[in-house]
Design a protein around this ligand. Structure first.
Ligand SMILES: [Zn+2]
Length: 332
């Protein structure tokens, strides 16, 4: 429920939303989520935060308490009930891949973002289990019935018949579901958050038959790599039990099945073209800033080290290459 108090209204009366959300503002909104970026106080349930800009176009995200600093309001934000996506800047991120994908990365001079519905997990962007769809529909249809009955989209048409209310509620449901399905059009780059290497992920993505490579980066570097994209969000994936829960309707792209928890995924997500969604896009970025190091699979053949180093040089980059620390010898 939205709850606008007089001090919020003062902000709305003073500033009209411009809808201009830059990459740095979105990054700040994601980091602060439900807290005032100036005084760090938490937003009250239902109350808005204000995302915009202060002096010299400085991005600001505030509650009403500190909103006097705002010169431009980009958009109000109602964080209550949304997912906390923030990942600390220094979080180490890994991407495991085979040699072909690594060559593509060098060749593209950037990251490839495939469309979510082309990824392997058929639950990408899913709201829930098909066996529970009727339950979800019924929940929303009854909410929409209340909205329509209370005047909803047609405040000037009183005394709607039962049939009209039902028809409107069903239309709202199908529009809601169509909007939710479009989250499968979003473009995604998937990463694994971990302070060190994961033997499980080496085995999963780079089994012994594959010349495997991992690139190591950080959450801050991934934000920086997407700086040309104002819709980019770098956020952590929430793992949910679809037997008992549904994904967030607007943030389904950040929800996955609990059975994938071992992936500890952080993803960068971009909006796709709404008319003609591309199957993927390359986002050019400074690979030397994005990649801290290139790590070779513990199962890789010995020749891989020289080949990878020559490849990097041939493409004109300078990136540190190291062997897997899983090869370090024990003592007994
Ligand atoms: Zn404040």
């Amino acid at each position: 429920m939205i709850d606008i108090q007089p001090e919020d209204q003062v902000v709305f009366d003073r500033l009209k939303s411009t809808g201009r959300v830059t990459h740095s503002l979105r990054r700040l909104m994601t980091a602060q989520w439900n807290t005032c970026g100036v005084c760090d106080h938490i937003a009250f349930p239902g109350r808005p935060l204000f995302a915009g800009y202060g002096k010299d176009d400085e991005p600001l995200y505030t509650r009403a308490c500190c909103a006097d600093r705002l010169i431009e309001l980009a958009t109000p934000v109602y964080p209550h009930g949304t997912l906390q996506l923030a990942v600390p800047d220094q979080t180490p991120l890994w991407r495991y891949m085979d040699l072909a994908k690594f060559v593509a990365l060098l060749d593209h001079k950037g990251l490839y973002f495939p469309r979510a519905d082309t990824l392997e997990d058929r639950f990408e962007g899913a709201i829930g289990l098909a066996s529970r769809e009727a339950e979800w529909d019924n929940h929303y249809i009854s909410r929409f019935r209340d909205v329509v009955e209370a005047g909803g989209p047609y405040p000037l048409v009183p005394d709607l018949t039962r049939e009209q209310i039902e028809e409107d509620a069903r239309r709202l449901l199908s529009e809601t579901k169509a909007a939710a399905r479009r989250s499968r059009d979003k473009l995604v780059s998937c990463w694994h958050a971990n302070s060190g290497e994961s033997e499980a992920l080496w085995r999963l993505y780079c089994p012994p038959s594959i010349a495997g490579i991992a690139i190591q980066s950080s959450a801050a570097a991934l934000w920086d790599a997407t700086a040309s994209e104002p819709t980019a969000i770098v956020g952590k994936v929430h793992y949910i039990d679809f037997r008992t829960s549904f994904a967030s309707r607007e943030q389904a792209i950040f929800c996955k099945r609990a059975s994938l928890q071992h992936e500890r995924e952080v993803r960068a997500v971009l909006e796709n073209d709404t008319e003609e969604p591309a199957s993927g896009r390359i986002i050019a970025c400074d690979l030397e800033r994005l990649i801290d190091s290139v790590v070779l699979s513990p199962f890789a053949p010995v020749w891989l080290a020289d080949t990878v180093s020559s490849l990097i040089r041939a493409y004109g980059f300078s990136l540190p290459v190291r062997r897997s620390e899983l090869l370090d010898a024990p003592f007994y």
